[in-house]
Structure formats: C-alpha cells, structure tokens
Design a binder for this molecule. Structure first.
Ligand code: VG1
Ligand code: CO
Length: 580
C-alpha cells in the first residue's frame, strides 16, 4: 500500500469527555471528523507508541463501528503501526480490551501497547444516536488527562492526516491474520476470538467450581440482561458454557448495532425487562422472580445487581464486595491493597475501609483516576455510583467481573446451605451489611439535555452561595428545619498521590454535620446539551432505622437540594429525566 497525505482543517468540539469523544453518528460521519481525531491521537503519543507498535481496535459493535474500524486500520498502517488486533466482528467489551492489552500474546508473539475503543457506552446507538471513540494506554486504562488534553489541542491545529487509501478492507468476521506490504515493510491485521482472553482471566480470579455449584442448585436461580450490548458475547461463554446456567437465563444477549432500539444503560429505568422479571416495578409478571439478576451497559463495563424484589445500589455493591473479597474471591486471598471510590459515590466504602483498616482514596468521576493508584499497588477494589465496579485485574470497570464477584459472595455465604438449610439471599447479605456498617441512603437525579447556558448558571450560583455558610444554612433551615447543618462547601479538587497532577472543578459539594452530602456535577459523557447530575446521600448508623424506603428517607434532603439550587428556575424542569 501507499501512504497518502490528506489535507484537512480543524473541526470544533473534539474535546474528549469523562470517557472519550462521544457524539451523534451524524457528527462522526462528517468528512474528516473521525480521521482528524484519530490522527490527533497518533500525534499526541510518542513516536515509539505508534511506529512499529501493536494496537487494538474494537468496541461494543454499535452502528458505524465497522466503517470506523476500516478507516482506523488504514490510518494506522499509514502512520507506521506494525500490527492491528481486531476482536472478531469488531467486538470487544471495554474490560476485554483492557485485558487484551495486559494479557494477550499475538500469534507471532507480539504484545499490544494501546487501543482505540469504539463505544458510547450506555448511550443509545443507531444512525440517529451516538458513536464514540477513546484511546487506552499500555497499562490497559484510559489515556490520562495529560494525553487527552494534548489530543484536543492537536484537533485544534490539525492540517493533514495519513491514510493508506489503497489498502483493501479487511474481513473482520473471520479469525486469522492478513498481511500487507507498505513503504516501511509488513503490516498485519490479526482478527481473534473476542472472549477467550477475557474468559481465561476470569477463570484465574474466581473459583468457577463453587459458582457452578451455586448456579446448579435448585434453590438458586439466575438471570442476566445484556440489553443487546457486547456483554452478550461474554455472558453466553461464561454463564452458560463455563458455569452451566440455563440458556433461558440470558435476556437480550445478542449484540445489536442499535441495541434493539433501547437505551443500553443498566438501571431501574432502562433495564425494564430484567426489572420486571426480578419482581421490581409495576410491570411484574406474577411469576416467582429469580434469586439473582444483573444487567450490563453497551460496552459491558457497567453492572446492575438485583436480588429477588431487591435493588442493590452500586455504592453499596462496591462496599459489600470489598468487605467480602478476601474470603470469597481467590484473587484477593492475600488481602486488599486498598480501596477507592469516585467522589459522588456514597461513603459506604469509607466505613468498610475504616473498619478493615484499609487504605482509602476518593477520586474524581471517571475510571482513569483509579488506574494510577492500581499501577502503584495502592488499590485493589474500586467503584462508582454510576453502576461501575472493578478491581486491579484490569484498568477499566468490569460489568461481568462484578457479577462474578457477587456470585462468589453468594456461593461463599451458602457453602453449607445448598443441600440443606435456607438460602442466604442478596437481600440478606445487604441487610446484614447495613446492620454491621450502617446504611447510606442514596439517590441520583439526572436532568438530561438541559440548555448548556442554564446548567452553567445553576452551577455558578451554587459556587457563589458557598462563600457564606451562614447564608447557606439560613436558606437550608428555611426550606427544611429537620435536616442537619451544612458544615463545609467546596468544589472538589484532586491531587493524584502518585504523579502529583491536579484536577480541578470536579463537582460542587455541600457536606452536612450528620455526614449527609449533596453533590452537583455536569456530565462529561453526553452528546447533546448539558446533563446536570445531583447526588444525594444520608448516613444512618442506627440498625433499627436502616430498613426505610430510600426515596422516603431522602425526601427532606431532596427538597433542600432542589430549592437551594433553584433547579426548576434555572432549567425549567419540574422533575428529573432519570432517578437512580
Ligand atoms: C458517567 C458516570 C461516570 C462514569 C462515566 C463513564 O460520567 O457518571 O461515573 O465513569 O459515565 O462510564 P458523566 O461525566 O456523564 O457523569 V461509561 O460506562 O459511560 O464509559
Ligand atoms: Co460503559
């Protein structure tokens, strides 16, 4: 093939967000849009990470992925990349990409040093919906801010990109290697099985035999909903083939370019079928629900865990996994190096860390911040309130890992129970956890696609208010006299303990005397307008009061948050788009 230099000019708005660049497909298919971003990424990396390198290109299989893969392959060839690895049919979950970078050895003995992941995660897909791209580094984690800032700077001054226009399209449906000759020598594209490296890694972490026993017990029943995302490709291999679950326990496990028209976001609003099957919500079928249910998002890094008629908040989930990991999961048997959560995630994990005397870190939203801690050996288990949970086995959150972690805990707690005795359920485990550690009532209100200017004004007003706590407390007590006092207000700022880098403006916090918190943030993953996220949390230590309905327990704080922020005045919205 030959290398062509194509003239181009900068296109506005290519700043990567919390997790890469996410835009409507219509934006991505504009001439030069993808090409500019990919070339800007190559230019942001040091030469040895491009020339002669092996890179992974794949994603959640959403609409436009197949075209994007061919373009990126041609650009990689022209930029001197030696080898591209593609998951069969272009499918690799985000956690699988991380595992592939860290673990996989190519047919010729090569190792990968980076990846383009093609996904917009939990955002819908299809010609009128979202596409996305992000770059991961040699540790298997998302590019740090230093690199994403550089990519953005490059997109603002780009003048040309390199592409091997005459390279034929590669057949990504068949496993095998295609080799081509270019001006600098050989270029290979290796298509490989999307699941096998990931399955191997999971088998090295968990005790599959004990999970298999749990799943085959007549007392236990299981259900998994991939929402037509890429998790389906892994669910079948792991839950059915390896662990013996019934095929009928898989819902929506065929990956689709448009996720079947749905919103591949595993929460109580969007995972409707699973929620109904689990006996939650209004549309319950009347049949006896399974003991355990879980769902994933489009790229399979998120998870929702449910028990029979019972919802586990993601903030509780990471705390419970951390509290039980050493006993229940072989990978952690030597102990946890530390635990971490994102700032808006509830403090349930903090209490576990304190009780078990574990190192603890609070980082800004987004997985990239956990990676540095893990690379430095300071963190084993971490999580976010946004249905993200994971560990240092890779450098991304991992939806299927979280499900296997819960199944491991259930298997461990039920060791002697599967033949005789009563099953210890998901709900039992959570209630027991609350009795030991106290409960963090928690909810998140999302206001999606709000006018960007209005959202900015709302945030600015909240920051301004923080200059006088006396004034804030006056307002708060005027709204509800039954909430405690605000003792601190700030904009969260993080200094990375490993590399010393500082991330500012990571969300506005109001901290109350009794441990309650209100947090306000603007989303960095939306593709249109602005999304305001409001996080509300209240700690209850008294075991006799940990069983209340969460929305009811939080009602006073919710009222304070909405009135204090003047949500309706600024946004015109009387209710959030989604409550989780
Ligand atoms: C959201 C979540 C955040 C998560 C991010 C990426 O970001 O709040 O916790 O890490 O999505 O997850 P934001 O900026 O919209 O609040 V995923 O599964 O979309 O890669
Ligand atoms: Co995701």
């Amino acid at each position: 093939f030959n290398v062509t230099r194509k003239l181009t000019s900068p296109i506005d708005g290519q700043k990567p967000g919390t997790s890469g660049l996410r835009k409507k497909v219509k934006v991505f298919i504009q001439p030069n849009y993808l090409e500019n971003f990919v070339q800007s990424t190559f230019n942001a990396l040091t030469a040895e990470k491009v020339r002669g390198a092996t890179l992974v290109v794949s994603g959640d299989g959403r609409y436009y992925s197949k075209d994007a893969i061919q373009i990126i392959v041609k650009m990689a060839a022209a930029n001197g990349v030696r080898r591209i690895w593609v998951g069969q049919n272009g499918l690799l979950s985000t956690p699988a990409v991380s595992a592939v970078i860290r673990e996989r050895v190519g047919v010729d003995g090569s190792r990968a040093s980076g990846a383009f992941i093609l996904t917009a995660s939990h955002n819908p897909g299809g010609p009128n919906e979202d596409f996305g791209i992000k770059y991961n580094m040699e540790n298997g984690g998302p590019a740090p801010e230093g690199i994403t800032d550089k990519i953005y700077e490059n997109t603002k001054s780009i003048k040309e990109y390199l592409i091997a226009e005459d390279l034929p399209n590669v057949d990504i449906s068949a496993i095998g290697v295609s080799s081509f000759g270019g001006p600098e020598g050989q270029f290979d594209v290796e298509v490989f099985d999307s699941a096998s490296d990931y399955v191997k890694l999971m088998k090295s972490i968990f005790d599959f035999e004990s999970i298999r026993k749990l799943l085959s017990s007549p007392k236990f029943s299981f259900c998994y909903d991939a929402l037509h995302g890429v998790a389906g490709a892994y669910a079948k291999r792991i839950f059915v083939e390896e662990l013996g679950a019934q095929e009928s326990s898989l819902l929506n496990c065929v990956p689709k370019e448009d996720f079947g028209g749905g919103h591949p976001d595993p929460n109580l609003t969007y995972a409707k079928e699973l929620v109904a099957r689990m006996g939650l919500g209004k549309s319950s079928s009347g049949e006896e629900p399974p003991e355990f249910g879980a769902a994933a998002d489009g790229d399979a890094d998120r998870n929702m865990v449910l028990g029979k008629r019972f919802f586990v908040t993601p903030s509780d989930s990471v705390a419970i996994i951390a509290a039980n990991a050493v006993e229940a999961i072989p990978y952690f048997s030597a102990g946890l190096k530390g635990v971490a959560r994102s700032m808006p995630t509830s403090a349930a994990l903090d209490v576990v860390a304190k009780n078990l005397n574990l190192k603890f870190f609070e980082v800004p939203t987004g997985w990239k911040f956990f990676g540095n801690l893990m690379d430095a050996g300071m963190c084993s288990v971490c999580g976010e309130e946004s249905f993200g949970t994971g560990s240092d086995h890779i450098r991304e959150k991992d939806g299927i890992w979280a499900v296997l972690a819960w199944l491991s805990i259930l298997a461990y707690k039920n060791k002697g129970n599967l033949d005789g005795g009563k099953l210890v359920t998901v709900e039992d485990i959570v209630r027991q956890h609350w009795a030991t550690y106290g409960r963090h009532y928690y909810t998140r209100y999302d206001y999606e696609n709000v006018d960007a200017g209005a959202a900015k004004e709302l945030m600015a007003n909240l920051v301004k208010l923080q200059s006088s706590l006396a004034e804030v407390n006056g307002i708060v007590q005027g709204i509800r006299s039954d909430v405690s006092k605000v003792v601190h207000g700030d904009e969260f700022e993080y200094k990375d303990p490993v590399d010393g880098s500082i991330s500012k403006h990571q969300g506005i916090r109001y901290l109350f005397e009794d441990g309650s918190r209100l947090v306000f943030r603007l989303s960095g993953t939306g593709s249109e307008g602005a999304t305001i996220r409001l996080y509300i949390e209240q700690y209850e230590k008294d075991p006799s009061k940990t069983g209340r309905d969460s929305q009811e327990a939080l009602a006073p704080l919710v009222e304070v948050a909405l009135k204090l922020s003047k949500m309706q005045e600024f946004t015109g919205r009387s209710a959030p788009t989604v409550i989780t």
